[in-house]
Design a protein around this ligand. Structure first.
Ligand code: NAD
Ligand code: ZN
Ligand code: ZN
Length: 448
């Protein structure tokens, strides 16, 4: 919390970098600034808001209005909770404000469009890209939309990382301060670029995965160059890790090893026939995870993918260092990746890492010629068209990892389940009062 406070102070000293913004940022709740971003009708909606560290709640907020000509307002028919949202709840992401509406994955129906929107009409079904991008800057032109230069005003972001990444829905003022879609309505800036129209054949329960999980997990495998015949190890069997295992298999990997420490291991095995797994909590005394992997694949795997996240320290030293703020991320899983990868192999980091880390094994990286790849926030647009076709044609069915359906009223409880990985939750579909009937074969509603 102290870090969040310090981050805000620093931003106020540095000044917000609003120059050349393609859209107005930092409208993280329509009720901000005296409600001037809320619909004049006075209509209210339910939304999940960050109130403080470990305190997220469903609140009532004003329905968003069209603020700029290129905006759309979407009536949300489905949303979800991401592993990244847990980092927000835990307060590890800086520049959060009380009342920020969260959620970066949603499907819905266009409610209204501004006069400059050309490709969308009210009534059309859409899914969002978790990234808010302009579509015009040099990165957007290459479809590297998470690197958009015109949708995030956080100067702290630039100072900390060297340059600024683009905005993200519902993900703090560090990434643009846009209100998210864990709500009944959401404002979508630059709507032509940040929404994709959905074919009728794809129900909401599948479409929701096009916002983040499918592009991110695909990117993890694509960008690290997984090839036919490779051996691959993946840290974390949450939605991202599990789907990355699936994509690695589809790319022809010869062996895929998934690593976790809970019931998600059994779940992943039940979904992916040839997946080999390691439960790191059951390793024998003195046995290490890299040792185990080297035993399974002598010399190490071709590609390791870290899909858990830097807040999940394992040993006491890193837990303490994180707690006192001596580092922002543990290096343990990345070090394990390095030691488990063959010489001149590749390590990719798709799990979220925020800042500085201690005890990083730079020697193993350098001496053994490992390619360490920051996978970045996944550039959704690079893969969107291909992925929607794969979902439509059944090449991939993302509902294989959909385990629960909750009501928006219960979403704060879903956050806690997601954080504790309890009740077999892997991925949930969260319905609103606007949702369609449950698609056949998807989980029944659970009231929490
Ligand atoms: N780069 C991107 O664009 C992007 C997009 C979405 C999510 N993410 C990040 O990817 C990560 C995974 O997302 P998710 O939705 O699957 O999250 P999740 O929290 O549901 O899953 C993470 C899994 O990692 C496991 N884990 C924790 N510590 C571990 C360790 N030491 N070794 C191996 N496994 C461990 C957990 O038990 C859990 O099953 C998160 O950090 C999330 O923030 C990144
Ligand atoms: Zn996410
Ligand atoms: Zn851009």
């Amino acid at each position: 919390m102290a870090a969040n406070f310090a981050a805000k102070q620093l931003e106020s000293v540095l000044g917000h970098g609003d120059k050349d913004r393609a859209t107005q940022t930092d409208i993280s709740n329509p009720d901000r600034e005296g409600g001037r971003f809320a619909d004049e009708s006075g209509e209210k909606m339910k939304a999940l808001a960050w109130m403080a560290k470990n305190d997220v709640r469903v609140i009532e907020a004003g329905k968003p209005k069209i603020v700029e000509d290129h905006d759309a307002v979407v009536r949300v028919t489905g949303t979800t909770v991401c592993g990244s949202d847990v980092h927000l709840m835990h307060g590890v992401i800086q520049q959060m404000d009380k009342g920020d509406i969260l959620g970066h994955e949603f499907v819905g129906v266009v409610e209204a469009v501004g006069p400059a929107v050309t490709t969308l009409k009210p009534g059309e079904r859409v899914v969002n890209s978790f990234v808010v991008s302009c579509g015009e800057c040099r990165y957007c032109k290459q479809n590297l939309t998470t690197a958009c230069e015109r949708t995030n005003a956080s100067t702290l972001h630039e100072k900390l990382y060297g340059s600024r990444m683009g905005g993200i829905f519902g993900y703090s003022h560090f990434t643009g301060g846009f209100a998210g879609g864990q709500a009944e309505f959401v404002r979508v800036p630059l709507a032509d670029n940040n929404l994709m129209k959905l074919p009728h054949s794809i129900p909401d329960e599948k479409a929701m995965f096009l916002a983040d999980v499918l592009p991110t997990s695909y990117h993890a495998v694509d960008y690290t160059g997984v090839r036919q015949g490779d051996t691959v190890a993946v840290w974390g069997l949450g939605p991202i890790g599990l789907m990355a295992c699936h994509w690695a298999m589809l790319k022809g990997a010869k062996r895929v090893i998934g690593i976790d420490n809970n019931e998600r291991i059994e779940f992943a095995r039940s979904k992916l026939d040839n997946l080999e797994t390691i439960n790191f909590s059951t390793l024998a005394k003195g046995e290490t995870l890299p040792g185990k992997i080297q035993e399974m694949v002598p010399g190490g795997v071709d590609v390791s993918i870290e899909a858990s996240g830097g807040e999940y320290a394992k040993g006491y030293a890193h837990k303490l260092e994180l707690w006192v703020g001596a580092e922002q991320d543990t290096s343990e899983m990345i070090n394990e990746c390095l030691l488990s990868t063959r010489k001149f192999g590749t390590v990719g980091i798709i799990g979220d890492y925020i800042g500085f880390t201690n005890h990083f094994n730079v020697g193993s990286l350098m001496e053994r010629g490992i390619k360490l790849i920051g996978c970045g926030q996944a550039p959704v647009h690079k893969y969107w068209e291909d992925l929607v076709q794969m979902v439509e044609h059944g090449t991939v069915d993302p509902t294989m990892i959909l385990t629960h359906r909750f009501r928006l009223d219960d979403i704060a409880k879903a956050y806690r389940l997601q954080a504790k990985r309890e009740q077999g939750l892997v991925k949930c579909f969260v319905e609103t009062r606007f949702s369609s009937r449950r698609a056949e074969g998807t989980p029944e509603l659970t009231c929490l």
